[in-house]
Design a protein around this ligand. Structure first.
Ligand SMILES: O=C(O)c1cccc(C(=O)CC[C@H]2O[C@@H](n3cnc4c(=O)[nH]cnc43)[C@H](O)[C@@H]2O)c1
Length: 221
């Protein structure tokens, strides 16, 4: 399997927890990761050693009350939350508009196994819920209210999951997403960010998840 992160610090945390996995830092935002992930997947396939699963991993914003700082969110839906049109009647997604998709669903059995493993004693607080992908980080109460009204079950926000999922889907591969919570989604407050503890949670999560990724049905090819 291939794990895709945005930045090197996230890739290092994943590799420290799961040293045998292929991990690639592909840049920030859905477009950067979609392009780099598609290239990596296509190259692996052309070389005769295709991947069987792609996982988007990194830090993310936690949506109250679902995901507190340090928690780990496993996506049961990977949602492009701002891909659409602003209209006088509110936001219309590209799916509403009839020319695209805004949700990828990871394999249910895989996300259930991931959540189960993370709930082991000594593991981080684990939540299985939709994770939103945005191109603009939420930084106001108004935007938070708007997003949570549209996605009441969502527990986290990041900037890459949907891009990774689109690349995986282009090669007919399953995709999963995992976010370790570094900040609370809401009015911008850089001083409240806890990036170090979130990276430690990400590392711990991947060390717990190793056995799941080595199970035959999700085996790296
Ligand atoms: O300057 C800011 O206010 C600010 C707020 C949140 C994130 C940033 C970044 O530039 C980091 C983006 C990077 O980290 C992931 N991430 C972490 N927290 C969030 C979030 O609350 N919403 C969206 N993305 C987040 C993201 O996946 C990127 O890789 C700056």
């Amino acid at each position: 399997m291939l794990v895709v992160t945005a930045v090197d610090a996230e890739a290092e945390a994943v590799a420290a927890g799961a040293p045998r996995l292929d991990v690639l830092a592909c840049g920030v935002g859905p477009a950067a990761v979609a392009a780099a992930t598609a290239l990596a997947l296509a190259r692996a396939e052309a070389a005769g050693s295709p991947y069987g699963l792609v996982v988007s991993a990194g830090i993310g914003g936690g949506i109250a009350p679902h995901a507190p700082l340090g928690a780990v969110v496993v996506a049961d839906e990977i949602v492009a939350a701002d891909l659409g049109a602003d209209t006088p009647d509110g936001f219309a997604s590209v799916e509403d508009l009839g020319f695209g998709r805004v949700v990828h669903r990871p394999p249910t059995a895989l996300t259930a196994r991931m959540a189960e493993r993370l709930s082991a004693p000594g593991g981080p607080t684990a939540v299985c819920a939709p994770v939103l992908t945005v191109s603009t980080v939420t930084g106001t109460a108004r935007r938070t209210v708007e997003l949570t009204a549209r996605h009441p079950r969502a527990a986290a926000e990041g900037m890459e999951g949907f891009g990774v999922a689109e690349a995986a889907a282009a090669l007919s591969l399953p995709c999963a997403e995992i976010r370790a919570i570094s900040n609370v989604v809401g009015p911008r407050d850089r001083a409240a960010w806890r990036v170090g503890p979130a990276l430690a949670s990400l590392k711990r999560a991947f060390s717990l998840l190793n056995p799941v990724f080595e199970e035959p049905s999700h085996e790296c090819r």
